[in-house]
Design a protein. Sequence first.
Length: 327
Amino acid sequence: MEKNKTLNDFILLGFPEGRTICSILMAIIYIMIIIGNFAVFTIIKVDIHLQTPMYFFLSFLSLTDVCYSTVTLPTMLANAITGNIRISFHTCFTQLFFFVCFGGSECLLLAAMSYDRYVAICNPLHYRVIMNKRFCSGFLAGCLISGLLNAIFHTWMTLNLTFCEDHHIRHFFCDVLPMLEAACSNIQSRQVLLHVVTIFLGMSPFLLVMNSYIHIIITILKIQSSEGRQKVFSTCSSHLIVVTIFYIAGMFNYNGPSSGDSFIIVQVSSVLYGILSPLLNPIIYCLRNQEVRKAFKKAMTRTQIVMKRTRLHNLNLKNLNLLCPIS
């Protein structure tokens, strides 16, 4: 039984020596990701002024980020705390499937958001007609289905590999490229497929984003007043920052070095791609977006009023009980 367990387990070699600091850092990051993204999602769903296509996509980006980080961070945290760097065969492939699924979905979702900004700025008169509810829902469904199909393909491709006896994975979690490196079978054809899919799923949306922003910048430059230019650009700059971090890190992650000491680049890019992006999304969107900030302040004010009323109600009940004790 122990022999089967050893053969079925993978050993993660990406963890540094200082596991205590590493686990504290991961716990803080994960809590911030959950609180930040759920706060953005809740504010958008509650505030009636944020019921627009832009915030429709942003709310689902926040949910995707929560799911995306939950796939890897809790397992990484458990491994760092316990010092157990083993991960079971089934857990490893489940992690691989959902990480690729949510990563692919987010990749396309960011492209959908850039198209939304393109229509809003370059074709504002037809914005409501083009970005209607049915179109946005279909766009979102396409992102999720594409991410799911991408995950099925990569998981099936990796499952058909023959892994070496030691099952060593030079990474923090189970991802496609590190698992290809852990295989003993010929991976040349699979590496080619990985690069082809990455170019199709990564480069195509990235080119769509760049094309959208070229047209957006041209339109912004045509605006006469500097105040108007600044206002329009501020609505897009936050999205551009997120997109740049996500796509560049993602391309390094799946088209980076395949062997040697330089494989550390893949590990660093995975942190940027899978952890830093979900952490920065709510911070960037909230700090740089006046509408979200206003909605957040409004929600906080409402919460404080409700809490104050609840305290007063409880205090009145307490005083009533003191004056009229129940016999």
